[in-house]
Design a binder for this molecule. Structure first.
Ligand code: A4P
Ligand code: MG
Length: 207
């Protein structure tokens, strides 16, 4: 931990298991992690699986979402926290870009620019991914991806779109204390939103 609070953007993805529940639990796990305060989180969207061979409609569809957090964790400690949450939610690693119960990526970490063996921020592939940019713009229409510019402009250049999930709800409801444009008070965590009764299902909402 350090004295600097940074605002981070975390991308969540799941295409195996109880996807909607896994994403909601992951946001709750972020909120329960010392040194992390969840500020906001999007509603899950549906996206075709992107594999190393391209978009693959024969693979299970993903639910993707984005969470905005404030954190005093050092970058690698934040990455370790995300890996711990992934492991606790059944994540295994057999194939790169393979099917997974839970993937948590750091899209942006304040204005840090890092390119190390373990961590690259801003995330090097985020600008090409509607499944990252669209849920992000949903909760922060003015968002910027570092030097790559406005998220809304990046979305406009992409060929594909995510799809809304009928009946899905936000993974976290911001409180007045936790919302706002700057990194907040790390001593005052906000509680994750209680799930809607019909939202704790495999797909994040009715089909
Ligand atoms: N790593 C480096 N930088 C970061 C970062 N900013 N955030 C390292 C998180 N991790 C970062 O990741 C491999 C290693 O990347 C980590 O150990 C960490 O040290 P991983 O999660 O083990 O494996 P991965 O996710 O298969 O690899 P990669 O290259 O990170 O994949 P991506 O780019 O995250 O893509 N299709 C849809 N529709 N929706 C998705 O969410 N996700 C992926 C994964 C592929 N296709 C998808 C989706
Ligand atoms: Mg990952």
């Amino acid at each position: 931990m350090n004295d600097t609070t940074r605002r981070a953007v975390i991308a969540l993805g799941s295409n195996l298991g109880a996807r909607g529940e896994l994403l909601r639990d992951a946001v709750a796990a972020l909120a329960a992690t010392p040194g992390i305060i969840v500020v906001d989180a999007s509603t899950p969207v549906s996206s075709v699986a992107l594999t190393l061979d391209g978009l693959d409609e024969t693979r299970p569809e993903y639910l993707n979402a984005v969470a905005i957090v404030d954190t005093v964790l050092d970058p690698l400690d934040l990455l370790d926290a995300l890996h711990r949450i992934e492991s606790e939610h059944g994540r295994t690693r057999e194939v790169r870009w393979g099917d997974r119960t839970l993937d948590l990526d750091i899209v942006l970490l304040g204005d840090l620019e890092l390119d190390t063996d373990r961590l690259t921020v801003p995330h090097p592939r985020a600008a090409e991914r509607s499944f990252v940019l669209e849920p992000w713009a949903q909760i922060d229409p003015e968002a910027r991806l570092g030097r790559q510019g406005r998220v809304a402009d990046l979305i406009a250049r992409l060929p594909d779109r995510t799809r809304p999930v009928p009946g899905a709800t936000r993974l976290f409801e911001p409180t007045r204390a936790s919302s706002g444009p700057s990194a907040g008070d790390a001593a005052a965590p906000a509680a994750p939103a209680a799930p809607a009764p019909d939202d704790r299902r495999d797909d994040g909402g009715p089909s």
